[in-house]
Design a protein around this ligand. Structure first.
Ligand code: F6P
Length: 291
């Protein structure tokens, strides 16, 4: 059996654990494409040993590297990828919605593939969970909880910018977990009068204000300036959670989900069931679906 695995798009904590479980189940049978679809096209395909994966199984990042590679769709690159994987029994692709399209495109062209959701954004269609989400949320919560004691001391306001690209999943979950005073997950929520009212109420109660802002709405400093423009006595700080969300250690929940995804993948491979996407249902169980 020859199995190829690759990570695609933004790296997500837990990817290494997933890959480790696959190598553990099929020692000496797993290869990787270095840096995702790009490595596939450039034929950068190498064997993966259990001993090297053992060292990184609890770490964030993608040991086998990842990339964003929109060129993959172009015929001249795609054809090369199909040629380079012809000796493999199955290609496992871990990534977000865009990567899922790449997996399907390969499958439609005769390559046996399995897709596994891996993106902190948790925006893979119809999956309750994607690898990386819980760890990303955990780092955001940690940042808020460890900033607020200081923010509260001076009745300041702090805008915490979290990632998510087009998805507000991280923003929503963090706001819920930290009991945020306000959440800005879309442009419509940028109601400066309402925000100022909340801040002034908190100041009166001698408290700080925590606001969770989804990235890519407006730069947080511009939002801070907008608040100060309304009331110059409001002291607004900005905290961008940034790389911690992808580079922070995978949580226990993360490692558990990565293992659930891996077990379902292994089951499919052992039964030669390919052309599948693995999704997590509301009961937190993995299920395989045809592309
Ligand atoms: O896709 C994951 C993600 O972390 C998004 O939440 C974010 O918008 C983007 O990647 C950041 O991309 P980059 O790592 O290229 O800055």
């Amino acid at each position: 059996m020859k199995i190829l695995v690759l990570c695609s798009g933004g790296d997500a904590p837990g990817m290494n654990r997933f890959v480790y479980e696959i190598v553990k189940a099929f020692p000496n049978e797993v290869f990787y494409a270095k840096a995702g679809f790009k490595g596939l096209v450039e034929n950068k395909i190498y064997p993966l040993s259990l001993s090297e994966m053992e060292k990184v199984k609890d770490l964030a990042g993608a040991y086998i590297l990842s990339s964003r590679y929109p060129e993959f769709k172009e015929e001249k690159y795609f054809k090369k990828a199909v040629k380079n994987v012809k000796d493999f029994d199955v290609v496992i692709i871990i990534g977000g919605n865009g990567s899922q399209k790449g997996a399907k495109q390969l499958y439609d062209n005769g390559v046996e593939t399995i897709f596994v959701p891996g993106t902190i954004d948790n925006d893979v269609d119809n999956s309750f969970y994607s690898i990386g989400f819980d760890s990303a949320v955990h780092q955001c919560v940690y940042t808020v909880e460890n900033s607020m004691p200081s923010v509260n001391t001076f009745f300041q306001t702090c805008l915490f910018e979290v990632m998510g690209n087009k998805s507000s999943a991280i923003c929503d979950e963090v706001a819920k977990r930290v009991d945020a005073d306000y959440k800005i997950d879309c442009v419509k929520k940028l109601n400066y009068n309402e925000i100022v009212k909340i801040i002034l109420k908190n100041k009166k109660a001698e408290k700080g204000t925590k606001i969770i802002v989804k990235e890519k709405i407006l730069p947080v400093q511009d939002i801070a300036d907008g608040i100060k423009y309304k009331n110059e006595n409001i002291d607004v700080k900005c905290q961008i959670v940034g790389r911690l969300q992808r580079g922070g250690k995978p949580t226990k929940t993360e490692l558990k989900f990565a293992t659930i995804f891996a077990k379902e993948t292994i089951k499919n491979i052992k039964n030669k069931r390919y052309g599948k996407k693995i999704l997590i249902n509301e009961n937190k169980k993995a299920e395989s679906f045809d592309f």
